[in-house]
Design a protein around this ligand. Structure first.
Ligand code: DLZ
Ligand code: SF4
Length: 508
């Protein structure tokens, strides 16, 4: 009997475990564009277009390799709304209830496949350096699951940037070299852009028609949508941008949205590139002497360290992870996250860029929008849903631990050893945003004081019960305790005024 082979929109890899387990001569690949996947959070139109166009191109590649592909287009009048609905429809058409799948990257879909009235085998997704079992073995019995130690294991396992069993250059991590602010540079290259082909143009029209009310600009659309294009984008990044990646990794500039960032994560996370493709290319550049070690190490750490670690945490912590809220934050996500007015230039720049590009880099996400949400006590579930919706590279297995754990500290410290909060000072140091802001980053109290300055102290004091015991927070509380009472009161009154404005839906 033939079986159905499910390939999801973020599983576009020719070596996918489900494809490897299937038989080209009798099994049928099922790929389905469905409304539920585009709307369970209101995904950015560019992200939906990326996924659907890459799915159509991948289906064509599979057919060219001799696979039979049952492909559902979003505008097919017979189509159902969901992945499981489409599997059942295809099952009836082909007279089978047997389905082979690669485990999805989200508990919601894993559970839906388990509950389907079909016989679904979910194979491990082995497009990663570390299997889930291996991660659990690493995590077992450890008091703290720190990324740095996991990363060292992955360095040893892959041999990446290792010399005779020791880390190249003598240090595991060169992050200290990677915190330089950037200057505007007219000569800096940009990520490679691709003109939409006829397939992508069809998808763009469809997405405009079906998801036109979602936050985000659909055009101009320039993402790679095939493996061949994604490999060209990788080569371009490696040659043009990687040399400065380390130095300027944490910098932010108003006139330069991408700086030295690769913008390869959307391609990596839908399967067009693999972590091995990327790391081997980066290491080759280093071996050839074209890039410094801090650039190579910084990039490889993101891919074999952070990315794999986040996945391990997501699956180890279980389906309730995205609902965690240990700090009890309840405030609604302010309208400024959806493009509503704000006088904070840093937030406005990050959101505007997100709207236009479906992309912002890690410091914009962590230290601007994430930092503000945490300081202001926004409900982490709403913050999580926002990040999942608006970024082209956001899939829950990687987005939830980054947002719930790393950014919002809502898991109580599994991912982060202390909350990633800062006053405006950090943003001022790492960007040029403060120069054009209605607020003053230098003012600590009063109407013009940067809201990050006010909310920073209010946050640490509000959570003193929990955070005061954290040795890494000790110096922060000592600084607060040394402040005179009048200044403390001015800070807290100022913070209360900002929060009251947020609650009243007024512009902050
Ligand atoms: C993100 C996404 C979107 C927008 N649309 C589809 C789709 O129509 N069909 C599909 O198979 N996958 C889609 N995806 C990706 C899935 O949402 C993704 O596989 C799950 O969230 C698990 O990571
Ligand atoms: Fe952001 Fe404060 Fe700087 Fe304005 S002054 S850009 S709000 S950090």
């Amino acid at each position: 009997m033939s079986r159905l082979v499910l390939v999801l929109g973020d599983q576009l890899s020719h070596d996918l475990s489900a494809l490897r387990a299937a038989d080209k001569s009798r099994d049928v690949v099922v790929m389905a564009e469905v409304m539920d996947e585009g709307t369970y959070v209101p995904h950015h139109p560019k992200k939906i277009a990326l996924v659907l166009s890459a799915m159509r191109h991948f289906a064509d590649e599979l057919r060219a390799e001799g696979w039979q592909v049952a492909y559902t287009r979003l505008d097919d009048p017979e189509a159902s709304r969901s992945v499981v609905g489409e599997l059942m429809r295809r099952g009836q058409a082909h007279g089978t209830t047997q389905v082979v799948a690669t485990q999805p990257g989200e508990w919601r879909l894993i559970e839906a496949l388990d509950a389907a009235p079909l016989s679904v085998t979910q194979l491990p997704d082995d497009r990663f350096i570390c299997s889930l079992d291996e991660f659990d073995r690493w995590a077992e019995g450890r008091k703290e699951l720190r990324m740095e130690y996991f990363y060292r294991e992955m360095r040893r396992k892959t041999g990446y940037l290792m010399e005779e069993g020791k880390p190249a250059g003598g240090k595991w991590n060169y992050d200290h070299d990677n915190r330089k602010p950037a200057q505007a540079d007219m000569l800096r290259a940009r990520p490679m852009r691709f003109a939409p082909d006829a397939i992508t143009e069809d998808v763009l029209d469809l997405v405009a028609e079906r998801f036109g009310d979602h936050f985000g600009d659909l055009r101009p659309f320039w993402f790679a949508v095939t493996r061949a294009e994604a490999r060209r984008a990788l080569a371009h990044f490696a040659r043009e941008l990687l040399p400065g990646f380390g130095d300027f990794q944490d910098a932010m500039l108003s006139g330069d949205r991408f700086l030295h960032h690769s913008v390869l994560s959307p391609y990596l996370n839908i399967g067009l590139l693999s972590p091995v493709d990327i790391c081997e290319r980066v290491i080759e550049e280093w071996k050839e002497g074209r890039i410094p070690l801090n650039a190579a190490e910084g990039y490889v750490r993101q891919v074999i360290g952070w990315r794999e670690y986040m996945r391990g945490i997501y699956f180890r912590e279980g389906p309730d992870y995205a609902q965690r809220n240990v700090l009890g934050h309840r405030r609604g996500l302010p309208a400024m996250y959806w493009g509503g007015e704000t006088r904070m230039n840093c937030v406005s720049q990050a959101v505007e860029q997100t709207k236009e590009e479906a992309y912002a880099h890690h410091i914009q996400r962590l230290m601007v929008t994430g930092n503000f949400a945490l300081l202001a006590g926004i409900d982490p579930a709403q913050v999580h849903a926002w990040y999942l919706a608006v970024y082209a590279d956001a899939f829950e297995w990687v987005e939830a631990p980054n947002v719930i754990g790393m950014s919002q500290f809502a898991d109580g410290g599994i991912v982060a050893s202390k909350p990633y909060v800062s006053s405006g000072n950090y943003i001022s140091k790492m960007s040029d945003y403060c120069n054009a802001c209605a607020y003053s980053v230098k003012e600590r109290t009063g109407d013009r004081a940067c809201p990050f300055n006010l909310l920073y102290w209010d946050f640490v004091i509000r959570h003193r019960d929990r955070l005061g015991r954290n040795p890494r927070m000790g110096p922060v509380y000592r600084t607060w305790d040394r402040m005179d009472a009048a200044r403390q009161k001015a800070v807290r009154d100022g913070a209360a005024a900002v929060l009251a404005r947020l609650d009243a839906g007024e512009t902050v």
